[in-house]
Design a protein around this ligand. Structure first.
Ligand SMILES: Cc1cc2nc3c(=O)[nH]c(=O)nc-3n(C[C@H](O)[C@H](O)[C@H](O)COP(=O)(O)O)c2cc1C
Length: 174
């Protein structure tokens, strides 16, 4: 699968089967985060891999995160806000999106999770003060199920290119 194929076929997966994620696949996913670019090459990210069922159940208690109960892996992306105050969120996000695309190539489903209470995640996972929780990813093999969330959010619907791109100055069409 080439990169554009991964970009094209990826979609948020919110139902998972119980098959564990093979270590080699997970390692490859994590490696693609490690290789991401970052401002001044500071690499302000820390990733916490959560497989423990009780912890995933806790994480699933946020409003739009119920499916974390069943995704075999949750990757919690944290950024060092003291070390890289301006860019920690961007850098950590880039690394997470690298992981999403590699997971897609590995046949895994993912979903970004912004639905969490940072203080609860912090205390659940003993995250130190200097790190902010930027976002989480669910990772696992997709299970076929009617995806209501995707229907509500519009799933793959995207704005047209001409609505988001201009040339040479804002609003100028090609
Ligand atoms: C930063 C971010 C946070 C998100 N948080 C959640 C979330 O908490 N729960 C959820 O079900 N989906 C979440 N999503 C997934 C979006 O709803 C989804 O990407 C969007 O509707 C487009 O659908 P697609 O990913 O299938 O293309 C999040 C996506 C991003 C990028």
């Amino acid at each position: 699968m080439d990169v554009f194929d991964a970009v094209r076929v990826r979609r948020s997966v919110r139902a998972y089967d119980t098959t564990p994620v093979p270590k080699e696949s997970l390692d490859k996913v994590l490696e693609s985060g490690r290789l991401a670019p970052s401002a001044s090459n500071f690499q302000p990210w820390k990733f916490i891999i959560v497989t423990d069922k009780a912890k995933r159940t806790e994480l699933s208690k946020a409003r739009y995160a119920g499916f974390l109960k069943e995704s075999p892996v949750v990757i919690v992306g944290c950024g060092d806000r003291k070390g890289s105050p301006e860019w920690y969120a961007v850098d950590t996000t880039i690394a997470l999106q690298n992981m999403v695309l590699t997971a897609t190539e590995e046949g895994l489903g993912t979903c970004w999770i912004g639905s969490f209470d940072e203080d609860r995640v912090r205390s659940l996972l003993s995250i130190p003060d200097e790190l902010s929780v930027v976002a989480m990813l669910s990772v696992g093999y997709p299970r076929k199920k009617l995806d209501l969330a995707s229907m509500i959010t519009g799933g793959r619907n995207r704005k047209a290119l001409e609505d988001v791109v201009s040339y040479e100055e804002y609003g100028a069409r090609r």
